[in-house]
Design a protein around this ligand. Structure first.
Ligand SMILES: [Zn+2]
Length: 257
């Protein structure tokens, strides 16, 4: 079974974890920029981007995992001053290898500043025709997802470029009906492997993408292998499982593996 984890933050994990993921069949992953620090200045976030592009890609390659990167301003990672400096540099940074998407972007508290930073990044993605990884928060899931989708509509970016992530039972129908990709994050505090498998069973499997959002606070390193096992136990045919664990992410990010 082939696995591409569509949303991780491997800067938070040690080499031992990366080697374990490779041992359990993970071939590739996307590591997304995030709120790794409370960024006091734009330079701090730009340094975070450089770490992902250089050090973390080297660590992944040495672990036999194909590295891909998403760069963007996370709603919880907006620098305390001058976010414009980051936004101005983003278009050129997005042309670097192996960047495949704008992310992690989205809304957390749905403030005016978050909405403006999100809108600006969607506009950059629209101009560059790049995929986006959009975070939805744990609270107010359906209402904030509606706000995210209305900003997506207002910018006019193609829905086939948008992964709405951390989808659960509260916003599944909304995201499915929107035409965006449906990201199911298997992690404690988000979906268990059983709940993710139940949504995969009934959902539109041509547009569902599994991910772990592996980060400092997520404890389940083997989220995707365990979800695949759960889907096998439920009798889902192998090609259908591989769609949500690998093929769809390859289509979204336009990678050939
Ligand atoms: Zn994340």
């Amino acid at each position: 079974m082939r696995i591409l984890d569509a949303h991780t933050h491997v800067d938070t994990r040690g080499l031992g974890d990366l080697q374990t993921l490779a041992l359990f069949g993970l071939e590739a992953l996307v590591t997304c920029a995030h709120d790794a620090l409370p960024y006091s200045a734009p330079e701090s976030l730009l340094d975070h981007f450089e770490r992902l592009l250089d050090f973390d890609c080297r660590r992944l390659r040495s672990s036999a995992i194909a590295p891909y990167v998403a760069l963007g301003v996370h709603p919880r990672g907006i620098p305390k001053r001058d976010v414009k400096q980051v936004l101005d540099k983003l278009p050129l940074l997005l042309t670097r290898q192996p960047v495949v998407a704008v992310g992690e972007i989205g809304l957390q508290d749905d403030t005016d500043e978050e909405r403006e930073v999100f809108r600006s990044q969607l506009e950059i993605a629209r101009q560059l025709n790049m995929p986006c990884v959009a975070h939805t928060p744990a609270g107010d899931k359906a209402a904030v997802t509606s706000e995210i989708l209305s900003i997506v509509d207002a910018v006019g970016i193609d829905k086939s470029l948008i992964l709405i992530d951390h989808v659960d039972e509260r916003n599944f129908d909304l995201v499915r009906d929107s035409g965006c990709w449906i990201g199911l994050t298997v992690q404690s505090g988000k979906l268990s492997e059983e709940r993710a498998a139940a949504l995969v069973e009934v959902g539109d499997r041509d547009r569902i993408v599994l991910d772990s959002d592996l980060a400092s606070s997520s404890s389940e390193l083997l989220a995707l292998p365990k979800t695949i096992l759960e889907l096998r136990k439920r009798g889902l045919p192998r090609p259908e499982i591989e769609k949500v664990a690998f093929d769809n992410a390859c289509r979204l990010y336009r990678v050939n593996l």
